[in-house]
Design a protein around this ligand. Structure first.
Ligand code: HXC
Length: 510
């Protein structure tokens, strides 16, 4: 018996060594943890249960029959994050560069199938050179099997991708179909093809960092939802994110104990809005003052900063926040902010997370670059996402809600459940100056008349009361009481039931 146990232990030890001591050292020397070290940090202590530790590839081409590392370059299994079950795969760069073979794919598919069956999130730790070159079409088939599962799992279980090394080819397309992608600064890269291929095909000379580093994907392409300083921080932050999320689309997000008064009055909010309507203020201050303990998790912090998307908790319950940011481009809607917010709204709706919308929006950004880029279609994404969402929707207009952007930002007309406005709200087709210059064009040469018309327009429309008189605003509330009002609104909506008409699926303007 002892001998058999020894055999098992020896085989386990060999599997744990992945591609060998020198490759593990190389991994550490790049500031990267190994696949197993990452799982250890991601999951609760001693909660990891591994599958397929001894699975090996079946390839016999290009001398591959001489090397059969146990596990075939990916560690898979399940464990818990603060006691809640998640499935995980972690690619091992020390084994054939973490590349995906037919068997490596089978391991990932097995845990994805189990995650779907048992209703738990999948967290993928990607550190892979893509399809295993020696296996040809077998590895491409393996990727397609993973892709198909990503698609079927979308909207059913949360899927989170961590990019923790150079990821190419299929290694970026699977993450691209998951809900969130997080990178590590200076050690992770995502590209369809690397700098060498780019040079050959397009003659462009570009570094890996410029082509697909964390800066590129969090600021320019918006492929990634966030980037962290190192592996340890990235794994800790994913644990924090998972705490905000339900395990699947049939469950509710966990209710966390909270140590904050739901009716906390924030007098400072009464002076948040500057006297001058064109002076910016930081919308994050409002989010922090509304959230339980001021805690929030921002998605796409570095991209389209004119809109903020974040998770907070109110009375311990997760709420998704979408908020215009007056500090950046005056908080206008444009192509990037519409896309960013639309995807966030759809995630929240898919996973039954109520949505709080904080509005201070001067309208859509005008101009040829926006029109040529398709702002009509991209803006429609956000409109569509809000309109189809059936989760509880509470909206607070703090200042401007002009034009089409008023409609878009979870207005009453898009089935907003509670539409609040602060007394400083201005709900109109456009700002007073622009409106006056159009409807009183004949008086343009007379500054006195224009000033009078502008003042008249402001008096009539630069307030929340015209909309409140029509019932488009349910109540004008004091800024200081916003946390109480919003918390109570969401509490009253906990049993909300709203269904869209039957359809195979919608046709959101992609
Ligand atoms: C097999 C691979 C591999 C791969 C890396 N290795 N990528 N083995 N298949 N795809 C092996 C290397 O041979 C090496 O083995 C070890 O992993 C480490 O690789 P290095 O090149 O030494 O590391 P580094 O310099 O850090 O470069 C990492 C890399 C580079 C940027 C990922 O290896 C690379 O460009 N690989 C190829 C990427 C690629 O084109 N993949 C195919 C994509 S097509 P030894 O034994 O020396 O340690 C694809 C199609 C899917 O994925 C379909 C999508 C729709």
């Amino acid at each position: 018996m002892k001998d058999i146990q020894q055999v098992l232990e020896d085989r386990r030890d060999a599997a744990r060594m992945g591609g060998g001591a020198h490759r593990i050292e190389a991994q550490h020397s790049k500031g990267k943890l190994t696949a197993r070290e990452r799982i250890e940090l991601l999951l609760d202590e001693d909660s990891f249960e591994e599958f397929d530790m001894f699975k090996a590839h079946r390839c016999t081409d290009f001398g591959m029959e001489k090397s059969h590392p146990a596990g075939d370059g990916v560690v898979t299994g399940w464990g818990t994050i603060n006691g809640r079950m998640v499935y995980v795969f972690s690619q091992d760069f020390t084994v054939f560069g973490g590349s995906l073979s037919e068997t490596h794919a089978e391991k990932i598919c097995k845990i994805m199938d189990m995650a779907m069956q048992n209703g738990a999130p999948v967290i993928g730790i990607n550190d892979s050179g893509g399809a295993r070159i020696q296996e040809g079409v077998a590895s491409l088939a393996g990727y397609a099997e993973v892709f198909q599962r990503n698609i079927m799992a979308s909207g059913v279980i949360p899927q989170i991708s961590l990019i923790m090394g150079p990821c190419a080819g299929g290694a970026v397309y699977s993450p691209a179909m998951t809900d969130f992608i997080f990178m590590v600064k200076d050690s992770s890269y995502m590209f369809v093809t690397g700098p060498d291929v780019v040079k050959t095909v397009t003659n462009e000379q570009v570094t890996a960092e410029e082509l697909g580093g964390a800066g590129t994907h969090t600021r320019k392409s918006s492929v990634a939802d966030g980037a962290f300083e190192n592996d340890v921080e990235a794994l800790a932050e994913v644990r924090r994110l998972v705490d905000f999320l339900p395990l699947n689309n049939r469950g509710k997000a966990p209710v966390r104990p909270f140590f904050d008064e739901p009716g906390r009055v924030e007098e400072s909010l009464d002076t948040l809005i500057p006297d001058n309507a064109n002076t910016p203020y930081d919308m994050k201050e409002l989010i922090e003052k509304l959230a339980d303990e001021g805690d929030y998790f921002e998605i796409q912090q570095e991209f389209a900063r004119n809109i903020i998307t974040a998770f907070i908790r109110l009375e311990g319950q997760t709420v998704g926040v979408v908020a215009n940011q007056p500090m950046v481009l005056a908080g206008c809607l444009d192509i990037d902010s519409s896309r960013k917010a639309a995807r966030f709204v759809r995630f929240c709706d898919a996973f039954e997370i109520p949505i709080l919308t904080l509005v201070d929006v001067p309208g859509f950004l005008p101009g040829t670059s926006q029109e040529y880029g398709g702002v009509i279609k991209h803006g429609a994404k956000l409109l569509f996402a809000y309109g189809e969402a059936t989760v509880p929707k509470v909206t607070v207009i703090t200042r401007k809600a002009y034009g089409g952007a008023y409609d878009v930002m979870a207005s009453k007309h898009l089935r907003g459940d509670f539409n609040y406005a602060w007394p400083t709200a201005e709900i109109a087709v456009m700002g007073a100056k622009g409106a006056t210059e159009i409807i009183h064009r004949a008086d343009l040469a007379d500054a006195g008349k224009i000033a009078a018309h502008t003042a008249d327009y402001e008096k009539r429309f630069a307030n929340p009361f015209v909309a409140a008189e029509r019932g488009f605003i349910d109540e004008v509330i004091t800024p200081r009481s916003t946390r109480l009002r919003v918390s109570r609104a969401f509490a009253s909506l906990r049993n909300k039931k709203l269904c869209n008409p039957w359809k195979k699926h919608d046709n959101i303007p992609l």
